[in-house]
Design a protein around this ligand. Sequence first.
Ligand SMILES: N[C@@H](CCC(=O)N[C@@H](CS)C(=O)NCC(=O)O)C(=O)O
Length: 251
Amino acid sequence: MLELYHSGLTTCSKQVRLTLREKNLDYVSHFVDLRTYEHYSAEYLKINPNGLVPSLVDDGRAIINSLAIMEYLDDICPEPPLRPADPKKRADMRRWLSTSDTTHMSVMTLTYNAFLKPEVEALSDGDKETVMAANPVPERRERIRRIAYGGYSEDEESRAMDMTAYTLGQMEDALSHGEWMVGDYSLADISLFALTHRLGELDAEIFDASRFPGVVAWHKRMLARPAVAHIMQPGTAETPANSALSLSGLG
Ligand SMILES: N[C@@H](CCC(=O)N[C@@H](CS)C(=O)NCC(=O)O)C(=O)O
């Protein structure tokens, strides 16, 4: 039996929920509320010692990291295949998974400044300290400290924007060769779509058809997939209101 611990519409939860849906896999859904810090509870930390979502539990064994989970799902359920058989293309796919991971950091910065700043600023010092102390990963703790005290500067925001635009530029090149990132539809498309979906929510000025026509057209192809329409519906049991955001600004 598969159990998914996820937070609805946060970037990494979208990646795994979409993979599950594309494969038509049933699972027990556990919504982890990032806004009440459920991901830092002792119970959840036993599943995911990093205190991050998502986590998959398969017959009692936890698998963590959204990208590892996506590959795991393709291993245990090979149909329809979401990784190219050709080793070179498979390497390309992994390169995009890695790119999605690094770009996620920049998109988090944009998300924080656009959506979360006032809420985090309004937290009491005690709450801020609680959140910082709770996160087990030193790099994340530092990011939360950064957010809680001062937030990202314009300069940092502009660097995050540049980095995101750089990734979109690389995607534009890749998409000039075909409809999907690496030949057939694959985990590369799923991992990157989770980011472009967030850029759409942010109404980010860089995500623009005049600058990246191939990416915007690909994004529309993604939106037309039934699995995407299914998992993106806001306000369902899996995606309650505000499920796209974590108050620690790291969704
Ligand atoms: N892809 C990585 C990163 C996961 C990640 O950043 N998850 C965010 C949601 S997209 C999270 O749990 N944020 C809560 C926090 O950092 O407090 C993984 O799956 O481990």
